[in-house]
Design a protein around this ligand. Sequence first.
Ligand SMILES: [Zn+2]
Length: 177
Amino acid sequence: MESGVPESLWLVESLLNSVDVESGQDDLNSLPRFRRWLRDHGRGPAADGATEADLTLARDLRDALRDELSGGGDRVGLDRLAGGIALAVRFAPDGRAVLAPAQDGVRGVLGEVLAAIVRAEHEGTWSRLKVCSSSTCRCVYYDRSKNGSRRWCSMRICGNRSKTRTYRERSGASPTT
Ligand SMILES: [Zn+2]
């Protein structure tokens, strides 16, 4: 997978890719795994206090955001989830007003994710975070192409796979893989 995601969207991309559709591996499928994911992301205090309810919220938010990026999102559901996570306006040392989490723990980490999305929206980078069009891959990647029209996380792997499949379908050849 070619990531190349900007620093500001790193946590967002990492949360969205905490499930691997191809292998079925999911870092958010149990509390111990979720705690490890949080620790791996430098969120030790959030990991220590994480509850089953936090895990459910994190997974629901991740899945709703993935649906949103896929274009098939339920915005009412996403709004409801995002609305339950408190954000506050803070003033950075240089005087800039920024959105920041208003809570500690897992809700704070999810608040960081939402604040980063709002910032990315203003910077024009949110629309470049996409779900790979390959139905088997579905990984989230950052589209660095000039016109923002990339459809696959990797042209080399998923793009070619899809092109080969389309070619086979058009030519009527039976799939070999
Ligand atoms: Zn892909």
